[in-house]
Design a protein around this ligand. Structure first.
Ligand code: NAG
Ligand code: NAG
Ligand code: NAG
Ligand code: NAG
Ligand code: NAG
Ligand code: NAG
Length: 395
């Protein structure tokens, strides 16, 4: 009887292709190329990716980081550019004149436009406002990265935008580099200018530690709903989020369900001003709202079960939210989804779980349905140049 029941269960799971939640620890890293103290590695792991994922290690000044990145990934960057343009323009792309025109336009964009607008200088990767000297970077670089401050970004389509601010990718890097805790991160954020609308987040492992020790009552993370000249800061369990309502064809419905000890966002906001300037739908049936609820429901389920959220549970929540078509709980084995990268980061022990989209064409599958590689960033942050290791290194 027991045997029959087990057999039935395995038949059922074969038919439904649940989320695989396949976490793989690499067996090592093979060095492919290096420049100065920077190196590119192939990650050695048992997976079904068409190509082995790569890891690039970029110690040094901002100049070294930028140069090393371009130098070591030159082939991949060129390949990426070619395949992007081909996907946009088809075989027409290989017409030499078109290639030349696009190259000219891109050069113009950079040299005559973006360089002026963003003011990116050569040596310190950003003539970015209030950016301190390179020597400060060198001094703090290694220790700061390992302190456990983490930052995030998700689209938030707002109608108030500008170029007159801090380019967001550099700004997030800047926050991580020069903040040791949540308050420093928030203060630094407030002293720099927003550009476009985004849901950002700053979360802090040291603040979480103090909260768990009972020496702080939080918050340990803020969701930042932003647009031009405006940022709304949301800790966990925020009343603005709890009270948010939506007029669904004459029926007023609740759309915010914050929880204690959890902060999350997809692609809509809860601050009244942010909501007023939002350009997409805030209906409960919108995809952003649905994904917000998938995350909420997973957290609520673990809470009801009294199950602490360890790495497997965190990867599960990440995987559920990654778009793989209609059903968030199933890998449908088709090309419907749009999820190209799925990442869970544990800032306390500096561990990253990362999955990529797999294959191309009809064989393409969302990231969430592939293996998550478990990478210890602590090991990489701890490595100080010069790096003497050779061809094969196992961390
Ligand atoms: C590599 O790092 C060491 C130690 O920081 C430094 O002395 C050396 O100049 C670096 N090498 C290059 C080529 O940047
Ligand atoms: C930030 O915005 C204000 C108001 O638009 C502007 O005066 C200031 O120059 C901006 N600061 C930077 C560093 O862009
Ligand atoms: C809610 O929406 C309906 C139409 O969908 C509209 O007639 C009504 O005035 C709205 N109510 C409020 C309070 O905006
Ligand atoms: C992932 O979350 C879903 C939804 O809450 C749940 O049904 C499933 O059991 C979870 N899986 C794991 C491994 O926690
Ligand atoms: C997924 O679909 C492919 C065809 O696209 C098929 O070859 C493969 O067997 C399917 N895998 C599963 C687990 O259903
Ligand atoms: C998803 O993919 C299947 C198979 O490729 C297709 O039949 C279906 O129309 C797609 N769309 C949705 C919403 O499921």
């Amino acid at each position: 009887m027991k045997l029959a029941a087990l057999f039935l269960i395995s038949l059922v799971s074969l038919g439904t292709a649940e989320l695989p939640l396949d976490v793989v620890t690499p067996s090592g890293y093979t060095k492919l190329r290096s420049w100065a103290n920077c190196s590119l590695y192939r990650i050695e792991a048992e997976t079904t990716y068409d190509y082995a994922p790569l890891l690039i290690h970029l110690p040094g000044s901002r100049y070294d980081i930028g140069y090393g990145y371009g130098y070591l990934l030159a082939n991949e960057i060129a390949e990426n550019y070619q395949s992007l343009m081909k996907s946009l323009l088809g075989d027409k792309w290989y017409d030499g004149l078109l290639m030349e025109t696009v190259a000219l336009a891109l050069d113009w964009q950079w040299t005559d436009y973006l360089l002026d607008v963003c003011g990116v200088g050569e040596q310190d990767g950003g003539g970015v406002p209030v950016l301190s000297s390179q020597s400060r970077l060198e001094q703090r670089h290694w220790s700061q990265q390992a302190q456990g401050l983490t930052v995030h970004e998700a689209n938030l389509e707002e109608n108030e935008i500008t170029f007159g601010g801090f380019p967001w990718t550099l700004r997030l890097r800047y926050i991580m580099e020069f903040s040791s805790d949540l308050l420093e991160g928030r203060t630094l954020w407030a002293s720099t200018n927003n550009t476009v609308g985004f849901n950002h987040m700053i979360a802090s492992a040291p603040d979480a530690e103090a909260y768990h020790q009972g020496t702080s009552s939080g918050p340990v993370a803020y969701a930042l709903e932003t647009m031009y000249q405006y940022t709304a800061y949301f800790p966990d369990n925020d009343p603005r989020e709890a009270n948010a309502m939506y007029n669904d064809s004459g029926t007023t419905v609740h759309i915010g369900f914050p929880m204690k000890e959890a902060v999350w966002r997809t692609n809509h906001g809860y601050d009244p001003v942010i909501r007023e300037h939002y350009e997409w739908s805030q209906s409960p049936s919108s995809w952003s709202m649905q994904r917000y609820m998938f995350i909420h429901d997973a957290l609520a389920t673990y809470q009801t079960e009294g199950k602490p959220i360890g790495y497997m549970e965190a990867v599960n929540i990440t995987a559920i939210a990654g778009d793989k078509g209609k059903d968030p709980y199933i890998c449908q084995n088709n090309t419907n989804g749009t999820n190209v990268l799925s990442v869970t980061f544990e800032p306390n022990d500096q561990t990253l779980y990362v999955a990529w989209e797999r294959s191309t064409g009809v064989n393409w599958r969302p990231a969430t349905c592939s293996a998550y590689l478990k990478l210890s960033l602590r090991d990489w942050f701890a490595l100080k140049p010069p790096l003497n290791f050779d061809v094969k290194t196992v961390l």
